[in-house]
Design a protein around this ligand. Structure first.
Ligand code: PEP
Ligand code: MG
Length: 573
């Protein structure tokens, strides 16, 4: 047995065998071959096995995720059946007597180069990514190096990975992926947020060496404490099965809070809403008793597609969400593309500091056609429910006014065409310290503010939210962060503007008492945190929490002191 530590990123206990999701070594040498027929037969064999594998993945994806997701594998099979491409590879083997690996790479690279040079054809650019993927698969069979492909998983596993992108995580089928361990990432990285939404227990920022976990090793992931146990003893297995049972039992008890109002012990009613990224997440939000959607991360719609989603496609999703929420408020955030949510088909140049770069509202204002399409879809959907819009990463009042002008322009045009529109509130996310410091000015021009602590903390502390080595600095309870949050909430209230929070801190059980004391109006969180947060708030007296909040911002100088005050405030006399 070996025990490791990491950051607890998604609640729950998982026990299954390890599945390493690592980049394989596909390096090879150029070789001269004598028997080109035998070399071509080897290539044919690798192509055939790849096709069979792709057919299996296509069928499984179709069954588990749907037709749209399965299309990509159909395209991959088509590439492997393309006579022109195959002929060129085989001719190269025959005429230049090179090994199949070299010919395959050489020919496919030339295709990729041609497609990439067609700067104005997104469709062909996407085909170059497909060719790259397919060739990697064939190469792996030629070299006998297995690819660790999440789409091939057909039994219960714990994913072991160095890093996971949101699109990697989106491919996981929760029936098979029972837990996640990753080297990189903090609690607020988007993959961690997604694992919470998908209810997959996860530990990120792993502090051991991933090389110590072999494929198939039995692993326990404790997403409550951040412990990872490799090859557990029989006693440990038993202890964790018991912990798993207790966790499930507690969840069942929390079910009693599903349809209850959120009420503190002295009768205050903050709203608990859910953060979602896709239509698939909506049901969990409803099932967990969300009183609204405080953050719809619309960029996932863009990431789920190989081209910009049309106005109609967006309209249908937005309309469905507000209709299903049946009059409860839904806040859509306009696309926050960039940072760790790159869109390959936009071909944005690489940046040294993507989190400080061309992202979110900066990109929207720079590409007004894309922005206007999204706004039209949202404005049209507003006729079907209670819809608000907020802009991400706002740094200046000018940016907000600019975005608002574009919004009003689109609304006026739709109204002129007699298209029904609802009463839409406009707000901002407070993620940039400059916006937080100027909250009193913003409060005069916005309908609401929603504090995005995931980003705000990283900018206040100058600590990348996904970087394990400095994760100790990513401190939600640091008094500097708390003072800034309090000043935003106070500025809102001085102006009669509601203050919301949609960063992960809103669902953090240690932060909630402080935020109740600060008078936060809405807590928007992962659906799985709703019931326990509602249960916690029921126990809190908001007047005592005001004292706690004031203590944390005036007396504490460290996170530890803040946590001590929280602990004291929650202790029953
Ligand atoms: C935030 O920054 O707090 C937030 C909610 O946005 P995201 O996590 O998508 O960056
Ligand atoms: Mg953010």
């Amino acid at each position: 047995m070996t025990k490791f530590k990491g950051i607890a990123a998604s609640d729950g206990i998982a026990i299954a065998s390890a599945f390493r999701l690592t980049e394989p070594d596909l390096s090879f040498n150029k070789e001269t071959i004598k028997d080109s027929d035998a070399e071509i037969a080897r290539l044919n064999q690798a192509i055939e096995v790849s096709k069979q594998e792709l057919r299996t993945i296509q069928q499984r994806t179709l069954k588990d995720l749907g037709r749209h997701e399965a299309e990509v594998f159909k395209a991959h099979i088509a590439i492997l059946s393309d006579p022109e491409l195959l002929k060129r590879i085989k001719t190269m083997i025959e005429t230049r007597h090179v090994n199949a690996e070299y010919a395959l790479k050489n020919v496919s690279d030339s295709y990729i180069q041609i497609f990439n040079s067609m700067t104005d054809n997104d469709y062909l650019k996407q085909r170059s990514t497909d060719i790259k993927d397919v060739m990697k698969r064939v190469l792996s069979h030629l070299l006998g190096v297995p690819l660790s492909d999440p789409a091939l998983i057909d039994h219960q596993v714990i994913i072991i990975a160095h890093d996971l992108t949101p699109s990697d995580t989106a491919q996981f089928v929760p029936n098979y992926v029972k837990g996640i361990v990753s080297d990189m990432g903090g609690r607020t990285s988007h993959s961690a947020i997604m694992s919470r939404t998908m209810e997959i227990p996860a530990v990120v920022g792993f502090q051991g060496s991933l090389a110590d976990i072999k494929d198939g090793d039995p692993v326990i992931v404790d997403g409550l404490t951040g412990n990872v146990i490799v090859k557990p003893t029989a006693d440990e297995r038993q202890a964790y099965h018991e912990k798993q049972r207790q966790y499930q039992q507690r969840n069942e008890q929390l079910g009693a809070f599903r349809n209850a109002a959120t009420t503190s012990s002295d009768g205050k009613h903050p709203i608990i809403a859910a953060n979602i990224g896709t239509l698939d997440d909506l049901q969990a939000a409803i099932d967990n008793g969300a009183e609204g959607i405080g953050l719809f991360r619309t960029e996932f719609l863009y990431m789920d597609s190989d081209k910009l989603p049309s106005e109609e496609a967006q309209f249908n999703v937005y309309k469905t969400v507000v209709q299903k929420m049946a009059g409860k408020p839904v806040i859509f955030r306009t696309a926050d593309i960039g940072g760790d949510k790159d869109l390959p088909y936009l071909h944005t140049p690489h940046e040294a500091n993507p989190f400080l770069g061309y992202r979110a509202i900066r990109m929207s204002l720079d590409q007004p056609d894309v922005f206007r399409t999204q706004l039209r879809a949202l404005i049209r959907a507003s006729a079907f429910g209670n819809l608000s819009i907020m802009f991400p990463m706002i740094a200046t009042v000018t940016e907000f006014k600019h975005a608002k002008r574009i919004f009003e322009d689109e609304r006026t045009k739709l109204v002129a065409k007699d298209i029904p529109v609802g009463n839409i509130k406009l707000g901002i996310m407070v993620e940039v310290p400059a916006a937080a410091l100027l909250a009193d000015q913003f409060a005069n021009v916005v309908d609401f503010m929603s504090i995005g602590t995931n980003d705000l903390i990283q900018y206040v502390m100058a600590a990348d939210r996904g970087n394990r080595r400095i994760s100790y600095l990513y401190q939600p309870y640091n008094p500097a962060v708390l003072r800034l949050i309090k000043s935003v909430i106070d500025a809102c209230h001085d102006n009669g503007t509601p203050a919301y929070m949609c960063g992960e801190m809103a669902g953090d059980q240690k932060a909630i008492p402080i935020l109740v004391g600060m008078g936060l109006n809405e807590f928007s969180m992962s659906a799985t945190s709703i019931l326990k947060s509602r249960a916690l708030i029921k126990e809190l007296d908001s007047r005592e929490m005001v004292t706690l909040a004031n203590k944390t911002v005036s007396l504490a100088s460290t996170s530890q002191q803040v946590l001590k005050y929280v602990h004291q405030a929650l202790e029953k006399p």
